[in-house]
Design a protein around this ligand. Structure first.
Ligand code: GLC
Length: 571
């Protein structure tokens, strides 16, 4: 293979530790469980893992409120168990990156407890403190951005929940403490970090107020009820204007450069991927983040050929234009979004569409990120009772619309179930045993198990079924691995304007591969012979989602079945 780095050729798989595998049978995922599943992941064919936070946390934001950056949450195990997991992953050539939350800590972190204790303690200036709220800024999770701390008779700033105070990144001591934590895990051998919410690290120094005539409850509720395109656009603008002074502010580039320099001190090509879609955070292509996510690809109601075309046309040239060429990073789902199977389905052809979506992410140019459970087609699970809700952003919203807006609790619960991120964080479905084999039958899992595990949406049943989505993912991942052109080849869209299908080539000097994704029910007969790469050539099949007997086809009259994924070498 060419001189690509491991993070360019790898397929990443996101593990949400609380829900992945429960090794000690207490209803919560843990390192023992994850380690036991490494053979499963190896067999699936992924090369790297991104772990959502595994640190001690009071879990106001499911682990994204960290109370100790160099520890392991007791419910997930011990540091030794983490080390075993890392060792066993590396033994299998699986890399591991961790989640790094820079913007805020938990309000139970020792740094915050000290900072809050008085106005003149050594950490008094580690967070963002003011005497009175200087503006009308909001927290995007729970209303006001300024929360009163009686100990100091002052207010602290938080972009997320009040249990997640923002660190003061202008303070060099904060940097030093955080960089020490970064080194702690790098020293243990982790391969890099996914950086949480980097856009929120700095705020507008002028503290400019927002000018949106709504509070957070009204903003969310009105957005939810917006029906017309005009209203939807208006709400989009309101969201942007509401937070524009608290987000994407200067300073992040320098910080990313500092962090990158730390990673570069280590051997083994440690990497950084930012939870942001702004390509500018890749700096000159070599001095900030290695990757940013191509979130615009998933920011749509349906994945259509026109949407994909537009997305690629917009992003790829920007990456190419960096002084050191940048590399794309594609994903369709994570722990904050809706399940791919549910949100991009059409309720009629969901199974076919799931196969197309997987093929898209695994054949486009760039590093793919998969989210645990998508390989078996896990779906959103709608909670029915507010007492089940673990995502506090969701329970806050429920209570806000019930008390502030008089929404009926039944409707409020339906809305909450749809907006909360609990819906895509339910336990991984391992088998058809009670509790989906995640935990023993008599144990109450931390979030309910989606009962559709009993209908074949589980690993064991799908493992035994050659036609399952799981086996489809495995075949596709193998095809990708065995066809280096699908990893390193240039992306050449074949200039079609079709609303039904998306056709492109991946091309290296040695090889050209054709990919056809038919997003429609129609059987197609395509004439691709006008493309110079295909003129007078023959197509030799590499992979097809339709059981095909014919192994070669002519690009002049290429037959593609309904919803087929077709990948072929151009001979
Ligand atoms: C990121 C995480 C999300 C979390 C938020 C605050 O967006 O992905 O889960 O709630 O940051 O840390």
């Amino acid at each position: 293979m060419s001189n690509l780095k491991w993070w360019q050729t790898a397929v990443f798989y996101q593990i949400y530790p609380r829900s992945f595998a429960d090794g000690n049978g207490d209803g919560i995922g843990d390192f023992r469980g994850i380690t036991e599943k490494l053979d499963y992941l190896k067999d699936l064919g992924v090369d790297a893992l991104w772990l959502s936070p595994h640190f001690p946390s009071p879990n106001w934001d499911c682990g994204y409120d960290i109370s100790d950056y160099v520890g392991v949450a007791p419910e997930y195990g011990t540091l030794d168990e983490f080390k075993t997991f890392l060792f066993e992953s590396h033994q299998r050539d699986i890399r591991v990156i961790l989640d790094l939350v820079l913007n805020h800590t938990s309000d139970e972190h020792a740094w915050f407890l000290e900072s809050k204790s008085s106005r003149d303690n050594p950490k008094a200036n580690w967070y963002v403190w003011v005497d009175t709220p200087p503006n009308n800024w909001l927290s995007c999770f729970d209303g006001d951005a300024w929360t009163y701390a009686p100990e100091r008779d002052q207010y602290y700033y938080h972009y997320f929940m009040k249990q997640q105070p923002d660190l003061n990144w202008h303070n060099p001591e904060v940097k030093k403490a955080m960089w020490d934590a970064v080194r702690f895990w790098l020293d243990l051998g982790v391969d890099g970090y996914r950086l949480d919410a980097i856009g929120t690290i700095y705020e507008d120094p002028n503290l400019t107020p927002h000018n949106v005539p709504m509070n957070l409850t009204e903003l969310r509720r009105t957005t939810e009820l917006a029906q017309t395109p005009i209203m939807k656009k208006k709400m989009e603008k309101y969201w942007h204007d509401m937070f524009k002074n608290q987000w994407g502010q200067p300073g992040v580039h320098d910080l990313m450069k500092e962090l990158r320099a730390i990673l570069d001190e280590y051997d083994g090509d440690r990497m950084l991927v930012g939870e942001d879609d702004n390509i500018a955070y890749m700096g000159n292509g070599n001095d900030e983040l290695h990757l940013v996510f191509n979130f615009p690809l998933m920011r749509t109601e349906r994945i259509t050929p026109s949407h994909i075309r537009r997305n690629q046309k917009e992003r790829l040239p920007q990456l190419e234009a960096l002084p050191v060429k940048g590399w794309q990073c594609n994903t369709l789902g994570n722990h904050d979004s809706s399940r791919i199977y549910t949100c991009y389905g059409d309720k009629q052809h969901d199974a076919d569409l799931a196969r197309l979506h997987a093929a898209l992410v695994l054949t486009l140019k760039g590093t793919p990120f998969l989210y645990n459970g998508e390989e078996i087609g896990m779906t959103n699970y709608m909670l029915t009772d507010i007492s089940q809700v673990k995502d506090t952003m969701g329970s806050w919203y429920y209570h806000a619309i019930v008390t502030e807006m008089g929404v009926h609790p039944y409707e409020a619960m339906q809305r909450t179930a749809a907006m909360t991120r609990d819906k895509n964080r339910t336990p991984m479905q391992w088998s058809n045993n009670p509790n989906a084999g995640f935990s023993p039958a008599d144990v109450k899992t931390w979030l309910p198990v989606n009962p559709n595990y009993a209908d074949g949406i589980n690993v064991r049943d799908q493992h035994n079924n050659p036609n399952s989505l799981l086996n489809y993912y495995k075949h596709l991942l193998r095809a990708r691995k065995q066809t280096p052109t699908l990893i390193e080849g240039d992306f050449i869209p074949l200039n079609n304007t079709s609303k039904d299908h998306f056709v492109f080539l991946r091309k290296t000097e040695q090889e050209t591969v054709l990919v056809v994704l038919n997003f429609s029910e129609k059987n197609l007969e395509l004439n691709l012979s006008r493309a110079k790469e295909l003129k007078g050539r023959e197509l030799q099949i590499i992979f097809s989602s339709a059981g095909r007997a014919n192994t070669t086809q002519n690009p002049r009259s290429l037959h593609i079945g309904s919803f087929e994924v077709y990948i072929a070498e151009v001979k």
